[in-house]
Write a protein that binds this ligand. Sequence first.
Ligand code: ADP
Ligand code: MG
Length: 588
Amino acid sequence: MPHGPSTTASAYTDKAVYRRLLRYSAPHWKVFLVAVLGMVLFAAVDTAFIRLIQPLTDGSFVHKDPQIMRIVPFAILGLFVLRGVAHFTSTYGMAWVAERVVLRLRGEVFDHLLRLPVSHYDKTRNADMLIKLTYQTTQVAQSGTTVLTALIKDGLTIVGLIAVMLYMSWQLTIVALCVAPFVAGSVRFVSKRFKVINQRLQASMGGVTHVADEAITGRRVVKVYGGEAYEAGRFREVNDFIRRQALKLVASSSGANGVVQLIAAVAVAAIVYLAISGDLRVATPGTFVAFIGAMLAIRAPLNALTGIADKLTRGLVAAADLFQFLDIAPEPPGGTLPLQRARGEIRFDNVRFCYGGDEVKAALDGVTLEVKPGQTVAFVGRSGSGKSTLLSLLPRFYDPTSGGVILDGRDVRDYRLADLRRQIALVDQNVVLFNASVADNIAYGVRDQVSREQIIEAARAAYAWDFIEKLDNGLDALLGQNGVNLSGGQRQRIAIARALLRNAPILILDEATSALDTESERYIQQALERLVQGRTTLVIAHRLSTVQRADLIAVMQDGRIMETGRHADLLAHNGLYAALHQMQFDDV
Ligand code: ADP
Ligand code: MG
């Protein structure tokens, strides 16, 4: 069952998240098994090496056994070759599985992103969704890898080393195991403090990016308002804060390091003393070296193992968050009624709509309007009067809270969603150009259904061909963030070409508020005239020329349609439209 983000967290208990994660990694159990074998081998080699120190030392230094002296170098070499193979197998195998999991998770998150309802985007910051795609997916896999590796490889190494210690001297081992918790406790205390400072440092790094980002994106404002000194001051502050934190970090880490070393040295010295004198004296030099070696070697895997609880929690939190996101209900597929090509008769039937279901303030409050096929209706009204909201109900970005939007006599909710949306072309205020060629941008969504000639034809009809031809690579020039810069008017003509090529029976047009130069204006006007031919057009109008030419003008205020009529009639009526007109167009 799909749930919204508001469902109780009970579906995301650690156990449930584990089980779900298992589904992602289970198909790769063979590779995982190989990796685990590598880890077992690694632990065995490390243990064997320490264990072999005893006969090597005793055999070579004490008894000068020539046979042992001959095989020692080869034994060492062999062990390290094995160790290398084991290390590679385990690391690569785990990474292979982890990357598979990331691949699938990331793919699912992106697919889901595309299928989410528009209302979700309203509620969520873009950055949060991007973080899910990039950081969180990797974090899940990484912490999984670290935790499993620590558990298996380091866990087994520790068991092996303790076994060696027990074998060499069980009495000394017991002493060492009793001392260990005190050493570990003091180390943890010191490193916790270290972590706090480190986190503060990380946070202030964020401050630098933040200040710099504001200065970069707001560069025009900074320049015009002379904010350089202010920005520089702010930056100096965070910059210096970082310096102090970094020094504190070094001071505490190197200081702490000394303390930790000292504590450990005291413990080791005590055990060494016991091992070379007194009742617990070990039998041979080899035993002594092997025992001390095992004790020292145990530190690294022990360290790795102590950090895993933290990593595990972080991984589980990230995974739970991702799963919660994946469980948000996607846009429903709509009705079952197929629709080839609509005639384009649209009726808003007493439409009421509240964003986010809050009933206090309705964005649309009882809108009724009939649009005949092929008509052009211009919506005018102050900002916030509900024009954009009304038009977003037609492609079902939102559904009315009550009332209905009727297309060709049927509620839009009856049609298949994809069929419904295919009837609509959209030319927006902010033309979105994708990072792709001019041709791909014009043929967005229908690239494989249209020929190059058709694209050129659309570009010509949109009065865009003139400037496209002059681009360096013509139709193949790259647009978007990394491509050529187009002027506002040129972008709009690309958008018009896109809409022309789509050849949909219904056109939704949100005119740009920003003024264009007269030449662009004229071209766009002509291109638009061609575009609205034979289509039902709903336009949010900011230009007098558009308004004057419309078959019907709907004047909106506070989510209602207050007046409808043609330009001259509405002017004569001397009501809201006349007032708006005077405000908006008098100086044109
Ligand atoms: P217009 O296009 O006429 O300027 P809108 O349709 O954008 O007006 O807005 C109508 C009302 O709905 C406004 O009060 C606005 O604040 C509100 N509104 C618009 N978009 C959203 C949204 N995504 N979430 C919540 N409220 C919104
Ligand atoms: Mg608007």
